[in-house]
Design a protein around this ligand. Structure first.
Ligand code: G4P
Length: 196
């Protein structure tokens, strides 16, 4: 998606060879017009897939996911990283997500009330790095007996393993911006999935 690539170039900051800072438009301050354009692009990609639910993980996935859900006219559910006091032990599905970027493991949960075997789920998230968040969400979907239609990603770091790991599991990935490299402070792109 050209608009997103332009914003990555103009407003993103290469923080290191592995990490891109996008907090002025994606994951701290949020650009609503950009988010809506991205949501429309995901809608075009998945509109024939009978999506019944959008699933993401707190916190940064929530903003794009809610806009996508609005276009599909289905609920958005986000996996929580802590168990709310209102949920009893047997009332939620649980999975583990290890973050290589942050070197922590989070237990993520979704209430059994909000995912079920009739659901056809589209996962939305801001970054795809090592694919662990998507695998954790996919585990929740499996535990609910639901099916996974695909994954919509705002920014994929193609030089990390996430994409490969998901494709090996036959998971369809649509990334609006695919970063080939962040070496020497410069962003290099691969062709995004919506442009193929
Ligand atoms: P993975 O799920 O693909 O394996 O990714 P990884 O564990 O490496 O990433 C974990 C967290 O780090 C995610 O946020 C993700 O959005 C963030 N992240 C990964 N790469 C980058 C990057 O290059 N730049 C920035 N700004 N963030 C990155 P999270 O733990 O879910 O936190 P939240 O922000 O959603 O609360």
């Amino acid at each position: 998606m050209k608009l997103l690539e332009q914003m990555v170039v103009n407003d993103g900051k290469v923080y290191s060879n592995n990490v891109l800072k996008v907090d002025s438009f994606i994951n701290h301050q949020i650009d609503p017009k950009l988010m809506l354009e991205m949501a429309k692009t995901f809608y075009e990609q998945f509109k024939n897939d009978n999506i019944t639910k959008i699933l993401t993980i707190e916190a940064s996935g929530i903003a794009p996911a809610i806009l996508v859900a609005n276009l599909f006219n289905v609920p958005m559910v986000f996996a929580k990283k802590s168990v709310p006091s209102t949920l009893t032990r047997d009332s939620f599905y649980e999975a583990q997500v290890y973050s290589y970027t942050k070197n922590v493991t989070n237990n993520i949960i979704v209430s059994k009330d909000f995912l079920n075997k009739e659901d056809k789920v589209l996962i939305i998230d801001d970054f795809l790095a090592n694919g662990q968040a998507v695998l954790g969400l996919s585990d929740l979907i499996d535990k609910a007996g639901a099916s996974l239609a695909g994954v919509g990603i705002l920014i994929e770091k193609s030089f990390q393993d996430g994409r490969k790991i998901l494709e090996e599991k036959n998971i369809r990935v649509c990334s609006l911006c695919r970063i080939a490299s962040l070496e020497d402070g410069k962003v290099k792109f691969n062709k995004a999935d919506d442009e193929l």
